[in-house]
Design a protein around this ligand. Structure first.
Ligand SMILES: C[S@@+](CC[C@H](N)C(=O)[O-])C[C@H]1O[C@@H](n2cnc3c(N)ncnc32)[C@H](O)[C@@H]1O
Length: 303
């Protein structure tokens, strides 16, 4: 298994799909392919495994990690928010399994040149898809103070959003803020950490979400995932912070309250939430992979 990124809550994910007969599976966040490998091994009956990622670099890594499954694997460079379109192109009307393991991978966080981390200096980038236009540099150096403040408040839930936005605008008057290290230094006098929270965490989270439009895309991805399910099919969503989990919870709840749907002539049933409360990683898993500590897993089935 890859050491580049440890798949989070793997046993819980496998348990949800256990006993199912899966022909087609859509993995919306392939990453290094850790979940993919385990699902493919547990379900030799899978005919097509769609592995989608916004990060082409991740797809190349996953391709190598999953060479043994080459015939079944269909790699997609793009966003899971376009899931139905990819499936329609492949003439697959519905799938038995969907996985969305949201957020960034360890590969993205650990390579300073991707600009996601304040732990090591790198360019202010933060794009999951390096071919996309908007970078963190653009936001930090060109956005108006009020817009910066809104991003910090809405996407970081940063209590000191106003002071941090004001400090960034003052700092950039002396010259552009080019690196993650420069940004962390600039906000240091006004940002506050907590016992287990670095002072720059919420600012970096907010910028990353804005650069990648993560919350809108996640909502759309989950809606598409639900739409893509065959009767009896299941969707699993793993989120890593409160904003993501709220979207996951609300999308599943809203869909559960909707009456049964039809896809063309066929009745596709309604959605039933399987996890009444979200599952969380075990203490044992947190000990071996501290990054998973905030994970929450929610799952639902089309009945
Ligand atoms: C937490 S990692 C997934 C790890 C993967 N499950 C594994 O076992 O290796 C998240 C991955 O999802 C990708 N990603 C995030 N949002 C995406 C989206 N909307 N569409 C496609 N990929 C996305 C990121 O680029 C990253 O590679």
């Amino acid at each position: 298994m890859s050491v580049l990124h440890k798949p989070v809550m793997l046993q819980e994910v496998l348990a949800i799909f256990q006993g199912m007969e899966i022909r087609h599976f859509f993995d919306g966040t392939l990453g290094a392919g850790g979940h993919a490998r385990a699902i493919l091994e547990a379900h030799p009956e899978i005919e097509k495994y769609f592995g989608c990622d916004r990060d082409e670099g991740a797809l190349r890594i996953a391709e190598k990690e999953l060479t043994g499954f080459k015939e079944k694997l269909r790699l997609i460079h793009g966003s899971h928010s376009e899931m139905m379109r990819w499936l329609q192109d492949a003439k697959i009307p519905c799938v038995q399994g969907v996985l969305i393991d949201a957020g960034v991978s360890s590969m993205q966080l650990d390579f300073p040149e991707r600009g996601f981390s304040f732990q090591a200096d790198g360019p202010l980038d933060m794009r999951m898809d390096p071919t996309a236009e908007l970078t963190a540099f653009e936001i930090v150096n060109r956005y108006r103070e009020a817009d910066l403040e809104k991003i910090l408040r809405d996407f970081g839930e940063e209590p000191r959003a106003r002071a941090i936005a004001r400090t960034i605008v003052a700092a950039r008057k002396k010259g552009p803020i080019r690196t993650t290290g420069q940004l962390a230094c600039a906000i240091r006098p006004v940002a506050r950490g907590k016992k287990h929270l670095h002072f720059a965490t919420l600012t970096f989270q907010a910028l990353r979400i804005a650069v990648n439009d993560e919350l809108n895309v996640l909502k759309r991805g989950i809606e598409q995932g639900i739409e893509a399910l065959c009767p009896g099919g299941k969707i699993v969503i793993i989120s890593f912070h409160r904003l993501e989990d709220r979207i996951s919870k609300n999308c599943l709840r809203d869909e559960q309250m909707r009456p049964a749907k039809r896809r063309g002539e066929e009745a596709v049933g309604c959605l039933e939430i399987i996890t009444k409360k979200p599952l969380e990683p075990s203490q044992e898993e947190i000990k071996s992979n501290y990054r998973c500590r905030s994970a929450k897993l929610r799952a639902a089935m089309r009945v």
